[in-house]
Write a protein that binds this ligand. Sequence first.
Ligand SMILES: NC(=O)c1ccc[n+]([C@@H]2O[C@H](COP(=O)([O-])OP(=O)(O)OC[C@H]3O[C@@H](n4cnc5c(N)ncnc54)[C@H](OP(=O)(O)O)[C@@H]3O)[C@@H](O)[C@H]2O)c1
Length: 336
Amino acid sequence: MKQYTVAVVGATGLVGRTMIRILEQRNFPAHELRALARAHSAGTRLPFRGGEISVGELTPAAFDGVDIALFSAGGDASREWAPVAVERGAVVIDNSSAWRMHADVPLIVPEVNPQALTDATPRIIANPNCSTIQMVVVLKPLHDRYELCRVAVSTYQAVSGAGRKGLEQLAAEQRGETAASPAFPHPIASNVLPQIADFTADGFTTEEHKMIDETRKILDLPALPVAPTCVRVPVADSHSEAVSATFVRDFELADVRSALTDFPCLTLIDDPAQAQYPLAATARGRDDVFVGRLRRDPSTDRGLMMWVVSDNLRKGAATNAVQIAELWCRLKEQEG
Ligand SMILES: NC(=O)c1ccc[n+]([C@@H]2O[C@H](COP(=O)([O-])OP(=O)(O)OC[C@H]3O[C@@H](n4cnc5c(N)ncnc54)[C@H](OP(=O)(O)O)[C@@H]3O)[C@@H](O)[C@H]2O)c1
């Protein structure tokens, strides 16, 4: 198998560290791994394949010879550095929101829309928002059978979705301290915040707009009505979502269960009588999306309600990005 030179940009962050673990766990064909971050983090040692790698400074020359650059350093860094990486010959797989809605940038969840990456030509490929990934994984097999016509979702998002600062704020407040550099506009310990990112003029947040726009792009349903409310909860890892979907064609719950069970990367946990349903603690450290609490929506025809949970740092970010890289490698090798 061909071996690649891989760079991880933002290697010291929560997603970057998880990417390095996942490259190792999935035995990604990398003969060289370059961990990159800003100058102040250069020299940080990170575990990899039983040894350690040293973080290097993000410079243009750091991309020389790189085949695949996995970016998880925020939107500003992606806007500045992705074109540099591309110019130096790398394909960029970007975790930020910087490129997701560009018309010529594929936005990929490999189990859902691999056909949007038909060849290895695009030089920037975008990884969707974490809340969107876990929702579209559940919607896709149902849309294929029953044709989706509306989705409403309320999220319960972990603090690690806001990076290191989010985890640090929760930990500080749980110790009874005030975070030195808070990630959220209010205390998060013992609290629930109906705000993720900034508000826009229509009363939604930019996180909610990502769920609307990215769901439409990934499912190739540009007019799909999507009604999201994104909420931050005092949980370290794994996002939970209450999803209500409405379909054109009617369904039997038994069929819904088999559609979900048969879909790759989905695990159904649905035995409410035994208090069995997906939990943040179930999903933590795992790559699947977990779904349960399936029931008909009594307020509408052909409506289905579900509870969906996934590890935001893994399938919501790092695992999905590495899977995109694997897909890109397969296409590249087919091209010869
Ligand atoms: N956390 C999630 O669940 C999640 C899910 C999906 C997507 N994402 C996206 O992934 C990205 C990283 O998130 P995270 O949670 O890992 O954040 P994080 O823990 O705060 O880490 C941010 C990383 O980016 C680096 N960085 C920050 N500004 C930089 C700059 N101007 N130039 C170069 N490197 C810079 C930091 O490195 P140094 O400070 O060491 O230089 C650090 O390694 C964000 O775009 C985020 O939206 C996160």
